[in-house]
Design a protein around this ligand. Sequence first.
Ligand code: XBP
Ligand code: MG
Length: 229
Amino acid sequence: RLQAILFDVDGTLAETEDAHRGAFNTAFQSAGLDWHWDRDLYRELLVVTGGKERIGHYLSRLAAPPPCDVAALHRAKTECYTALVSSGGVRLRPGVIRLLSEARRQGVRLAIATTTTPANVMALLATTLGPDGMSLFEVMVAGDAVPRKKPAPDVYRAVLEALGLPSSGCIAIEDSRAGVLSARRAGLPVLATPSLYTRDDDLRHALAVLSDLGEPGTPYLHLGGAGAG
Ligand code: XBP
Ligand code: MG
């Protein structure tokens, strides 16, 4: 019997990456930098997970020294992102609410394994699922909580340890190559639902690749939150 579902956030629960990209660009502008990440460039930069790491990767591509405090720049980006998400700028992907409700009904435990900053996850879940959205998930391991980000297995291993479950009783849901590799390296079977930026990713290590978690015509079961679906 399935014991738990481990969810990635960015690209899986919601199409968040354009909101992240916008927040990066706003933070760059506010810091007086003439950087602009367009979609094509951002798709390339997404190969590096984690916002601070992504900025570092961009600097290494430019072969330039940091023009300012990267941690402070990233904090400004997080502020922009959480404001955007809290104003309802991002919705959950099709089928997510239905799967969460069904899992809860059947006693399947829920957890989050993400490279993004915890405040970003909280803003997304509170806005889309309501104030109790976070409490659906028994465990969340996010951002800098582990030494190495995806595609390393650290985040999934940490979630499994916190749940006290072996990988064999669980499944991960992911949208990207880095995420699929991370989960597989932790021994988890993975269901992949590619997102806007990961459609061309190599997802061959997933158990199955589906366009999304939805079923056309299936009504969503509401959990009581606003703006869901
Ligand atoms: C998502 C990410 C995140 C966000 C930025 O990867 O790479 O880094 O783009 O978040 P995944 P922060 O979906 O595989 O977890 O800026 O908060 O780091
Ligand atoms: Mg993702």
